[in-house]
Design a protein around this ligand. Sequence first.
Ligand SMILES: Nc1ncnc2c1ncn2[C@@H]1O[C@H](COP(=O)(O)OP(=O)(O)O)[C@@H](O)[C@H]1O
Ligand SMILES: [Mg+2]
Length: 303
Amino acid sequence: MSIIEVSHLTKDYGHDRGVFDINMTVSKGECFGFLGPNGAGKTTTIRHLMGFSKPQVGTTSILGQNSWQNAAYLQSHIGYLPGEIALPNGMSGSQFLKMMKEMRGIENDDYCQMLLDKFELDPNIDTKQMSLGVKRKLAIVTAFMHDPDIFILDEPTSGLDPIMQQVFIDYIVSEKKRGKTIFLSSHIFHEIDATCDRIAIIKDGRIVSEFQSDELKNTTMKTYRVTFQDKDSYQQFITLPYQFTSQNEAKNRARISICDEQLDQLIQDIAKLNVEDFHEIPFTLEQYFMKFYKEERVFEGVK
Ligand SMILES: Nc1ncnc2c1ncn2[C@@H]1O[C@H](COP(=O)(O)OP(=O)(O)O)[C@@H](O)[C@H]1O
Ligand SMILES: [Mg+2]
């Protein structure tokens, strides 16, 4: 059963900015990754899902309810972690949490306390004095204190240190095991790789690829790097009929992409040459992603 549905969603801000004909569905218990760099359209899509913006074309719905028409109902069923956190001034984190608990009618404090412990948050300081990381932790506790079944997360770990990023990833994985449905936008490959069952890549407001994360891991094309001891071996190698993905003459080194059936032939071919080093370059989500974003250096936080 689909919990989240985005159908032909379009919001055109002009100058080719916005999102265009976005289609996605997320099933119950699935973790769906929405991967794209800054400005790709992740937040715009999520704001429509949450019912904060009205689509120009298309619809978004959660639990079968149109997001725009039923925003208040949906927000009480969703754990939403916004990309940018705005907290009210003039109150402490504890006061803010108490206010949110009352608004949501939470009586049992156990789950909230578990979150405070897990994320090592001491909320007893004024929101004005909080660092970005502490604000993010407060937003996390606030978003999930009611133990919602659906998580909508917009770049959830920005501002967290690497240890807390891992705590967050572990939390997502354990909540997924409890049957939660999760929609996670991110530009961090590791975060998506570690949590998601299915991934869509968004570029310039359009989905350019969608796949099961297993498909990527089981891909039959593999890349190998071979380094030769001498120029002669290298020269002979690069004249062979393979698909070379890079050649480095100065280092007598080349990379080739082959399917599994060609591996035996490759080993026979290089056995006749003077090989210094031979190894497989694992295919990663990052490499796949970069195919779509080549020559664009709009990324933050990526090597
Ligand atoms: N309210 C708005 N008015 C005009 N342009 C906007 C507005 N919101 C976002 N945009 C533009 O739409 C594009 C997608 O933005 P956004 O959804 O925030 O991307 P992301 O969250 O992936 O970084 C960007 O080019 C951004 O400048
Ligand atoms: Mg954003």
